[in-house]
Design a protein around this ligand. Structure first.
Ligand code: SAM
Length: 232
């Protein structure tokens, strides 16, 4: 079972999206587990502060290294457990589908959500947090980013999706974006579904979908298109 532990200053944001639909069902079925660690439980002094002003000046506050360390030490870590520490930050490496496949090979993912101006860099380095960004924009905190990462991971776990072959065909597998999908009604607002999809000819449908995928990827994502051509 994949254990997910979230370190956050806002525990009430969880489980959020993670408690619904296929993820919520998989949580009930114990295909994965979710524990939330409240950074405020490890705050300093009688005011239980978790943050302080940045050395060198500047706006905002920074989450303290000792608070993060103590929160992490509160989590059980049996020696045989394969554990990965992740800190979500806009300055991390951009998250890719291939990373999610690597992450689910671990038994325990510890995910640190930043707030304010972020987290003291010393604790990130010395405890070996992998720094991950979910995109080139800045959010107010790491909680929504954590839900993005966890949702992406959990749907890849065996038995979570109804039809596991959908993982093999979807966007980013083989560096392609997915082909367009259609359903009923056959005719909508004078627009018809491509005839070929109604032909029952599976080989032709497969070929049509591949050419659509290639076309969309070439136009929208030249970076992926170059990788696809190289591996083709
Ligand atoms: N001062 C930071 C900077 O300029 O890079 C931004 C801090 S942001 C306001 C507060 C927290 O939100 C971060 O510590 C991080 O945990 C989270 N966050 C914001 N944008 C993110 C992104 N694109 N990916 C992952 N986490 C993000």
């Amino acid at each position: 079972m994949l254990e997910i532990k979230i370190l956050t200053a806002y525990p009430e944001i969880f489980p959020g999206a993670l408690g619904h639909s296929i993820l919520g069902k998989a949580l009930e079925e114990k295909k994965w587990s979710l524990d939330i660690v409240n950074l405020h439980d490890f705050g300093i002094d009688e005011r239980k502060n978790i943050d302080d002003e940045p050395f060198g000046g500047g706006p905002g506050m920074v989450i303290r290294a000792d608070v993060v360390e103590n929160a992490l030490l509160s989590i059980d870590y049996p020696k045989d457990l394969k554990r990965l520490l992740i800190y979500l930050t806009p300055s991390g490496r951009p998250l890719k589908q291939s990373n999610l496949l690597e992450f689910i090979e671990f038994n325990q993912l510890i995910i640190l959500c930043g707030r304010f101006e972020g987290v003291d860099a010393r604790v990130i380095d010395s405890l070996g947090f992998k720094e991950i960004s979910i995109g080139d924009y800045v959010l107010a905190g790491g909680e929504v980013a954590a839900q993005v990462l966890v949702e992406g991971c959990v749907r890849l776990l065996p038995g979570v999706l109804g039809r596991s072959e959908s993982i093999l065909e979807e966007s980013f597998s083989k560096n392609l974006l997915e082909y367009p999908q259609y359903t009923k009604p056959h005719k909508w607002e004078k627009k018809e579904v491509p005839d070929l999809l109604l032909s029952g000819d599976h080989a032709k449908i497969k070929h049509w979908r591949l050419t659509q995928s290639e076309d969309i990827t070439r136009r929208r994502r030249p970076d992926l298109w170059e990788k696809y051509k190289k591996n083709k």
